[in-house]
Design a protein around this ligand. Structure first.
Ligand code: PEP
Length: 258
């Protein structure tokens, strides 16, 4: 049996206003309840836009839902003259459990380099939340045959100064850039190879107890058609899901299959 409880994380990206988000969460909760879904067997978390977080919090509290939630990015600073930014403390106060850090779309459209990503990870951990650190190669590295080294290198560079306790609170999402939103899914073997290579690097840096407790997710065109074979791999501990997380029925199905 798997020691780590799998995590299904829905990354809504820039979709749904707060009313649509509320409707979605109610519907998902209803579908999972109807299916007698066991949240002790698999955790379900949603990443709405900042503007929906308060509505999701109110609903989760009022209906005592077991669904958790988080944000898609965070400021590296705590407060002050940073127009448009949102701090980790603000997110923690809204009951966020997770923050996605270093998603490939953030790395592409915003000036997020490794130094900035290290600071985001640190900010999230300091505020008592868990970062979901996204790494993964583009087609260029895959073609050159250096996909695993690239993804492991990204993890290594961002995590090297963390303490063992901090590292134990990480979630890592292996998301090959060529698989995100493309319908091209990595093979279960690709996903397992990457997750194992990342876990081996964590073992070297932080020891086996930490490495065995960190959940490593796969992301990239996950759907109810490929979830079962991916989750069957021993080092794949769940999913970060974009497109398929926008349909409550499809997401509920993936949760049941995970
Ligand atoms: C993502 O954006 O994290 C993602 C995996 O997207 P998709 O599932 O749509 O490929």
């Amino acid at each position: 049996a798997r020691a780590r409880i799998p995590l299904v994380a829905g990354n809504w990206k820039m979709n749904f206003d707060h009313l649509e988000a509320t409707y979605f969460v109610q519907k998902l909760a209803w579908l999972l309840r109807d299916a007698h879904f066991d949240f002790k067997r698999c955790e379900v978390t949603l990443m709405p836009s900042f503007t929906s977080l308060r509505s999701v919090q109110v609903l989760v509290q009022a209906d005592k839902l077991k669904i958790t939630y988080g944000a898609q990015s965070v400021s590296v600073t705590n407060q002050g003259a940073f127009t448009g930014d949102v701090s980790a403390d603000m997110l923690a106060r809204l009951g966020c459990s997770y923050v996605i850090v270093g998603h490939s779309e953030r790395r592409k459209y915003h000036p997020e380099d490794d130094a900035n990503i290290v600071d985001q990870v640190r900010a999230v951990l300091t505020a008592g939340m868990q970062p979901i650190l996204c790494v993964g190669e583009s087609m260029q590295e895959r073609r050159k045959g250096i996909a695993l080294d690239y993804a492991v290198g990204q993890v290594h560079d961002v995590t090297r100064d963390l303490s063992d306790e901090e590292a134990s609170r990480l979630v890592i999402a292996y998301e090959p850039v060529w698989a995100i939103g493309t319908g091209l899914v990595a093979t279960p073997q690709n996903a397992q190879d990457a997750a194992l290579a990342i876990r081996n690097d964590l073992t070297e840096s932080f020891g086996s107890d930490v490495a065995q407790s960190v959940r490593i997710l796969y992301g990239g065109s996950v759907s109810s058609r490929n979830a079962v074979e991916l989750i069957s791999e021993p080092d794949v501990d769940g999913f970060l899901i974009g497109g398929a997380s926008l349909d409550p029925e499809e997401l509920a199905k993936i949760c049941r299959l995970t």
